[in-house]
Design a protein around this ligand. Structure first.
Ligand code: NAP
Length: 280
């Protein structure tokens, strides 16, 4: 039997609707500052979409677009200004930054209470402690919501996370662990990915390598979440061999239309959460 296709677009639309209703009930509009450094076209598209999403749900956006040659001290001043600005509840520093700017340094300057990407060490630490005030990175938070919407039982399940970035893989593993899954965490040095995957009830692939997860690596009835976003001659594809995997999986996310829309939607959720925590 072919797998259920988990419709990320539909779930994201539902999330946006929830956020919109919550914003309407708030005493003031939450504010999201977007900072786009340089002229990377893909980053410009992402930021534009995030601003459009914000407008749709009633979040005010404050956009800053310094040139790619901005001096490090000037970018630091911009971020400190946003930290101090009461209208701003969330700060989104679009990554990657141009080479002369040390990404870790600038992410580290963001006030953790406004870190709506959940990338500061403070938020990573709160997540590790399973603290409810943690602002969780948008992509893994979106995956958890998709798993919930698809009624996937995580407690006691064997979950395999492939990829260990601070943006996706590491927080993903933490969230699955907190949901009582038995988590196996794979990366480029994992010796036998096929054997590990074949034991999995849930596979989350976050690598950036087209068709890394072959159909035959998916156990009959497993749930497959494909975070990968790879631009190829055949268009946008994930990390999973979709057509083959869906013959064996019980549920699977497509690319595009799976995790991607959820990442955008969870930024809105995080912005409202940050605004609430700041008394909004
Ligand atoms: P990243 O920082 O490049 O991390 C990739 C991870 O994959 C690393 O941990 C790496 O292991 C691991 N890896 C590389 N080759 C491997 C292999 N052959 N077997 C097993 N693991 C391997 O990437 P990222 O930022 O986490 O993003 C991962 C993918 O998700 C990308 O395609 C990205 O575009 C996509 N993405 C999508 C969304 C979305 O909204 N849909 C959001 C964010 C990212 P090592 O640590 O050992 O090097």
């Amino acid at each position: 039997m072919a797998a259920e296709i988990i419709d990320g677009k539909a779930v994201a639309a539902k999330v946006r609707e929830e956020v919109k209703r919550e914003v309407e009930a708030m005493s003031r509009k939450p504010g999201l500052a977007t900072v786009l450094v340089g002229d990377d076209p893909a980053s410009a598209v992402y930021v534009r979409m995030k601003r459009e999403d914000s407008a749709e749900v009633g979040i005010e956006s404050f956009h800053h677009e310094p040139g790619g040659d901005i001096a490090p001290d000037d970018l630091a001043d911009l971020l400190m200004g946003l930290n101090a600005d009461d209208r701003v509840d969330g700060i989104l520093l679009q990554l990657p930054l141009p080479d002369h700017l040390d990404q870790d340094r600038f992410v580290g300057l963001i006030d953790p209470s406004k870190d709506v990407d959940g990338l500061t060490t403070a938020n990573a630490g709160l997540l590790m402690h399973s603290r409810p005030e943690a602002i969780v990175p948008c992509t893994p938070a979106g995956v958890m919501r998709l798993l919930d919407e698809a009624n996937v039982e995580l407690s006691g399940a064997n979950a395999v996370v492939i990829g260990r970035s601070i943006l996706v893989g590491k927080p993903m593993a933490q969230l699955l662990l907190a949901a009582n899954a038995t988590v196996t965490h794979c990366h480029s040095r994992t010796r036998d990915l096929e054997a590990v995957c074949l034991e999995a009830d849930v596979i989350v692939a976050a690598v950036g390598s087209p068709a890394l997860v072959k159909g035959y690596m998916v156990r009959e009835g497993a749930v497959v979440i494909d975070v990968g976003t790879n631009r190829t001659d055949a268009g946008l594809v994930g990390d999973v061999e979709f057509e083959e995997a869906r013959k064996r999986a019980s549920a699977i996310t497509p690319v595009p239309g799976g995790v991607g829309p959820m990442t955008r939607a969870m930024l809105l959720v995080n912005t409202v959460k940050a605004a609430r925590a700041r008394g909004g």
